[in-house]
Design a binder for this molecule. Sequence first.
Ligand SMILES: Cc1cc2nc3c(=O)[nH]c(=O)nc-3n(C[C@H](O)[C@H](O)[C@H](O)COP(=O)(O)OP(=O)(O)OC[C@H]3O[C@@H](n4cnc5c(N)ncnc54)[C@H](O)[C@@H]3O)c2cc1C
Length: 292
Amino acid sequence: MKPPAFKYLAPTTVDEAVAYLAEYGYDAKPLAGGQSLIPTMNFRLAQPAVLVDLNRVQELSYIRPAEDGGVLIGAMTRHVQVERSDLVAQRLPLLHETVPFIAHPQIRNRGTYGGSISHADPAAELPAITVAHRGRVQLRSTRGSRWVPAEEFFLGLFTTALEPDEMVVEIALPALPPRTGWAFDEFSRRHGDFALVGVAAAVTLSAQGRVDEVRLVFMGVGDRPMTSAAAPAVLVGQEPSDEALEEAAQRAAQEDIDPFGDVHASAAFRRHLASVLAKRVLTRAVERAQAR
Ligand SMILES: Cc1cc2nc3c(=O)[nH]c(=O)nc-3n(C[C@H](O)[C@H](O)[C@H](O)COP(=O)(O)OP(=O)(O)OC[C@H]3O[C@@H](n4cnc5c(N)ncnc54)[C@H](O)[C@@H]3O)c2cc1C
């Protein structure tokens, strides 16, 4: 299928791009890697009158060290650049572990960090990882710039805090605290497909080996990345025993997610997968925290 006709604009700076977004408002959409937007247009699920192509905006493509020990990622940074970045591997091992799960190499060559989080597919990896890292998203418009915490950026199914005249320019991901272990895992029917369920974990241990902090974030089982409240309630202050991790995983899968059923899997099966994967990532995160 072919998309409906649209006006094509190719700015070379952020200032120019936001000026176009201000001029065309709801009629315009930024074009990043095109891996979600173009198929949606071809199916005529989206019919933007104007495309603002960000691919020539060089200033949006970078991975830089942040002063707080984390990493700053420009919105047009491709998934493959994140996957191959030594800085990301060293400072953000949770993100490094997760990126190869995104789609296929061809899609990772084109898809961008900013495009993925702006699209806000609840089954996508980067929104969940951005939340698990307690990341922040910088938005720009002709009105100025603002930072939005990842937890407040994702509002619902394919819905974010972006206003029509705003675009994502940068993602700031803080490093995980000391004595923190991490893990990501997901289950998909075929390698490279969107996952039925995915889970990211970060567990921080005290000097005595008890759990200080837990972040457990699910994808594919709600209308946005779902942060568990039950897992910290079960684990914080406790020894991370196998029984405690099992209870945390079970309760998180019962209380913190809202899976739907479709042709790929029933809601009950997704909930079961969520509990199995949660136990797996919590266990691996604890092992890594203990080894640090
Ligand atoms: C076959 C296939 C399998 C896939 N599997 C997966 C998968 O397993 N996991 C996964 O996470 N993704 C998957 N994807 C999607 C892929 O990761 C895309 O890269 C991603 O969803 C969108 O990134 P993009 O750069 O291509 O954005 P685009 O498609 O160009 O844009 C997506 C949306 O974001 C908006 N947008 C883009 N950039 C900005 C910006 N800077 N500011 C504001 N709005 C912006 C666009 O206007 C559009 O609405 C798959 C895609 C395909 C085709």
